[in-house]
Design a protein around this ligand. Structure first.
Ligand code: URA
Length: 245
């Protein structure tokens, strides 16, 4: 299938500046498509089928980026906010010019694995309530988390709005006045983990997402740090959401 796009869009996605800057660059005659100098930045080109050169250097075109971020507390999972810093604000320009967005939300005080991409189709699949993609969390919970809670979570608990959650796997790492747990849920309702614990009379004090589908947060990433997914991780994620075509 042909994938033609405007030349200025291809070049701006590749970090060559704004459309206006690219128009100027192209006018200077330094851009070639399949060996021919082009002067019009609005022409349509298939970056997979054509060779694009800028100043004699061949462009290696990428349409999508996939970033694993260890979201820190204090930033919001959005592309823009008039008051608060967003996860996108943490990225350098070389990623921001792809117009990425977070595939899902973590609360402002939640840390951990956030996938940031501009691949709308993959994001849609990860977030689709029909796919039941598992998400694993680590939490510190005020109050003693018991075997009765494990049992309740495994059957689904009723949230404050009357919604009964899907079965979830609760693993108690340490039970006490402040318990340490891991929880796998298969859906993503608003404040879901916090509300599930509220449903059994407990309060989440600290929350971190560890896994999305088949992918685990890189332990080498400190809160606020990020890196691109490896090819292998991307393939595995796509396979786990049924997007391997
Ligand atoms: N559940 C929550 O309560 N908060 C999050 O940020 C993610 C899941």
């Amino acid at each position: 299938m042909r994938n033609t796009q405007r030349l200025d869009k291809i070049l701006s996605n590749s970090g060559y500046g704004t459309r206006k800057e690219i128009k100027k660059l192209v006018k200077q005659g330094v851009v070639r498509v399949d060996g021919e100098v082009v002067k019009d930045s609005s022409i349509h080109v298939d970056p997979d089928a054509s060779v694009i050169e800028i100043g004699g250097k061949e462009l290696v075109y990428r349409k999508y980026i996939y970033i694993m971020m260890n979201k820190p507390a204090g930033v919001i999972s959005a592309t823009y906010d008039s008051q608060l810093p967003t996860v996108i604000d943490l990225l350098p320009d070389e990623y921001r010019h792809f117009n990425p967005f977070p595939a899902g939300r973590l609360d402002i005080d939640t840390e951990g694995f956030l996938l940031i991409t501009n691949d709308g189709q993959l994001a849609h699949k990860i977030l689709s309530p029909k796919k039941h993609i598992p998400k694993k969390y680590y939490a510190l919970v005020i109050g003693e988390v018991t075997e009765a809670d494990v049992d309740k979570f495994s059957r689904g608990v009723v949230l404050d709005d009357g919604y009964k959650t899907l079965p979830a796997e609760l693993n108690v790492l340490r039970a006490g006045m402040c318990s340490e747990i891991e929880l796998i849920i298969h859906e993503g309702k608003f404040h879901q983990v916090k509300r599930m614990f509220e449903a059994v009379g407990k309060k989440v004090k600290y929350l971190r997402r560890l896994e999305i589908g088949s992918l685990r947060l890189d332990e080498g990433l400190e809160p606020g740090e990020f890196r691109e997914l490896t090819g292998e991780e991307l393939e595995s994620l796509k396979a786990s959401v049924g997007d391997s075509e």
